[in-house]
Design a protein around this ligand. Structure first.
Ligand code: MOS
Length: 743
């Protein structure tokens, strides 16, 4: 085919620009909220202004008479909406199980209670504001101090932490808190629904069109083939768009009820109430070591808040059982209910808040041991995954630490607090590890070698801004030798072969085997046809003797230049295309029996603390990532850099706060909810180790969307401690926390 066996074509690993870039920079990429159709109407939800209670009266009479209003929809007139049945897979998964308007009870502030539909967005907005709702209101529970009722559930355990900790010579016991964080992709959540009398076409902001279709079919009570979901481009999701939210059901139900296309775009304020958040976590870590720095006991007991309606667990112990070698370990967790919308996965769910706690504890124990924190981590490297006894498929964590330390200049660090100065500035240097699971979802794909000289690859996964369009084109180019500008990639539509959610940093690892198999089959079909077509120069040859190289069909024992372009053969044979289909299984069960598959990394951070004017800045970040082979270093670097910037927001700025009387998220806008922006962005140096992990797929790629965010916050707070002597155990760092620090 394109290359000798076992040799990976150079397009894999080449930093090519995104193939969808020109569409985006020219404004020709059509995002969900951009779709408009004849007769379309606009829907604006009415949101509860109380955080707990019930609706006693809903008066729509005034709103209904307003200019342009088509309908005010609510529980009694929108039509039936069902609960999606619980499944144990990601085939039909959603976070908020209660369909909108199911009853008159209010579970959280902002909950949808009615839907105004009108000819323009402004008319719908005015009508929504004019709907009069009377509530029986109770004080909502939104306290941010979590206390467990009942026992903890053990997620992982080995040895006996209680005994080991009690007798350990060097130990710490601390509680770490991460706040509620809200996903804030620039693109607002949106749904545009068309009902044709029997079928729905839903344009959605989703990280998973296939899952979205399965859920909406159940919620709407129609056969799955009567729902088509389309998401061509996404202005990021960060997990908030992984699974369907109630507004999607509202838009669809309204389009069915009114027999008109309906567009519903959330406000930024609604983004803070109705479409998930990273929950508050409170994590107690008990960590103990020998005086020489060998870990003897690691216990992580954590709580996270969830909603009244759903059991969302933030898997804070994701990395704990396998990251270090330690004979005694326990991870246990519990849920505490609050009157908030249901939390959901946010970039690196579990690992990101979890590693804030555990990596902070590692830093604190290293200080107590008077050990260098890099040396301390190197010393506790496991030989295998001690939680299950399995070998790691590929683990280069120590190399991440060593390469990062060298690039950063870590050996010049003076460990004494506030000892490194530069004029008025005190420098703080901190480090932390990161890790993230690697696995595959099932995937199908089609590849067509077409008689017009193009190759088309199609899969119902989607590109959420991460580079998936380009990755698929690279895989097909690697297999066929056809250049990228002749490859068209079609994604984001459930009419295509089913593909994975863009989640868990697993899309790349998932699509590679299916697209490779589809390409191989398309090539085999082509070569078989080359031997059969009457006017083919290869007529009568055995197809196994033929190959496709650089887009040319030739005999294996003869150079490609002696062959003919595949499109010439197809045209001469009057065949429009040679097609192949590929399918690959998910890896959760299969590889989990043989290998522990994870990505690893290390961050090194420099902060500057200016005590005279109380200014804290992150000035420099060096990150080294071991995520298998990197298919395209450009979007990969973009992922890690973006994650680092997001990590600066997590460490220093982000926190969603609720009003104690109403449960309203009081900073639900981009002025009051601070995020890291360009001015906060330091010099960032990203290195990929690029060791292929062929357990996951033939190119050895794992995935990079999330790992870069894990570990940034504890590296920053370690650096803050080194600069100021103040240990921050509750994020985000507040300047007030540092005001007592010695100058
Ligand atoms: Mo990611 S939180 O799986 O979008």
């Amino acid at each position: 085919m394109a290359s000798a066996e076992n040799e990976i074509p150079s397009i894999i690993g080449t930093a090519v620009p995104r193939i969808d870039g020109p569409l985006k920079v020219s404004g020709n990429a059509i995002y969900t909220a951009d779709f408009s159709f004849p007769e379309m109407v606009y829907a604006v939800p009415v949101c509860s202004t109380v955080g707990k209670g019930s609706i006693t009266k809903l008066d729509t009479s005034h709103a209904e008479k307003m200019s342009g209003v088509v309908a005010i929809l609510h529980r009694e007139n929108i039509g039936r909406l069902y609960r999606s049945a619980r499944e144990m897979t990601f085939n039909a998964y959603l976070d908020e199980r209660r369909p909108p308007f199911e009853n008159d009870l209010i579970y959280y502030n902002g909950q949808y209670v009615a839907l105004a539909v009108a000819g323009t967005f402004e008319q719908a907005q005015a009508a929504a504001a004019a709907v009069q709702v009377v509530y029986r209101s109770e004080k909502p529970e939104v306290d941010d101090n979590l206390e467990l009722e009942g026992g903890l559930e053990v997620a992982s355990s080995r040895g006996d932490t209680a005994t080991a900790f009690a007798s350990a010579p060097v130990k710490i016991e601390e509680t770490y808190v991460t706040p509620v964080e809200t996903h804030n992709p620039i693109e607002l959540h949106a749904s545009v629904s068309i009902w044709d009398g029997s079928k729905f076409t839903l344009y959605e902001t989703t990280q998973g069109v296939v899952n979205h279709r399965a859920v909406l079919a159940q919620v709407l009570g129609v056969p799955i083939e009567n729902v088509r979901v389309i998401s061509r481009f996404l202005g990021s999701g960060f997990g908030g768009k992984l699974f369907p939210w109630p507004h999607s059901a509202l838009a669809a139900a309204a389009s069915r009820k009114l027999n008109r296309p309906v567009k519903l775009v959330l406000s930024r304020g609604m983004m803070f109430s109705n479409v998930g958040h990273r929950p508050l976590t409170q994590q107690k870590v008990e960590l103990a070591a020998t005086p020489e720095g060998k870990l003897v006991s690691f216990q992580q007991d954590y709580l996270n808040h969830t909603s009244i309606l759903d059991d969302y667990k933030e898997n804070c112990g994701e990395a704990t059982p396998y990251l270090y070698s330690v004979p005694n370990l326990r991870v246990a967790s519990g849920l505490v209910r609050r009157n908030v919308g249901t939390p959901t996965a946010m970039r690196g769910p579990g690992a990101v808040p979890g590693l804030f706690a555990t990596e902070s504890a590692m830093d604190e124990l290293a200080i107590k041991l008077k050990m260098d924190p890099v040396e301390f981590r190197l010393l506790n490297e496991p030989e295998k995954d001690e939680s299950n006894g399995l070998p790691f498929s590929s683990r280069h964590f120590q190399e991440c630490l060593r390469v990062g330390a060298t690039k950063f200049g870590w050996s010049k660090r003076n460990p004494a607090v506030s000892s490194m100065r530069e004029g008025d500035l005190i420098l703080g240097w901190g480090t932390a590890a990161c890790s993230w699971v690697a696995a595959r979802f099932p995937c199908e794909a089609n590849v067509e070698l077409r008689s017009d000289g193009t190759v088309r690859v199609a899969c119902a996964t989607q590109d959420i801004g991460t580079g998936t369009y380009t990755i698929l084109a690279q895989i097909v180019s690697a297999k066929t030798g056809v250049p990228l500008n002749r490859i068209s990639v079609v994604l984001g539509d459930t009419s295509l072969p089913p593909g994975p959610i863009s989640g868990g940093s697993m899309a790349t690892a998932s699509v590679i085997p299916a697209v490779c198999a589809a390409s191989d089959q398309a090539i085999a079909t082509l070569l078989f046809n080359a031997t059969k077509a009457a006017n083919s120069p290869f007529s009568g040859k055995a197809f196994k003797e033929l190959a496709l190289t650089n887009g040319r069909i030739h005999e294996k024992n003869s150079p490609p230049d002696n062959g003919i372009p595949y499109e010439t053969l197809l045209r001469n044979a009057n065949v429009s295309e040679a097609k192949g289909s590929g399918h690959s299984e998910g890896s959760f069960l299969k590889q989990a029996e043989k290998y522990s598959t994870h990505s690893f990394g290390a961050h090194f951070v420099e902060v500057t603390w200016d005590p005279g004017i109380a200014r804290l800045r992150v000035r420099r970040v060096v990150t080294v990532i071991d995520a298998g082979r990197i298919i395209n270093p450009r979007p990969a670097r973009n992922q890690i850099e973006g994650a680092i910037v997001m990590g600066i927001g997590m460490a220093l700025f982000e926190e969603t706060r609720y009003d104690s009387q109403t449960g309203h998220p009081i900073n639900n806008n981009l002025a009051d909810y601070c995020m890291a922006v360009n001015a906060d962005t330091p010099e960032i140096d990203v290195t990929f180790l690029d060791h292929p992990d062929t357990v996951l797929n033939e190119y050895g790629a794992r995935g990079v969307g999330e790992i870069g965010l894990a570990g940034i916050a504890p590296a920053i707070t370690a650096a803050v401690y080194h600069a100021s002597g103040v240990r921050i155990r509750r994020l985000p760092v507040q300047i007030e926390d540092l005001l007592g620090a010695p100058a």
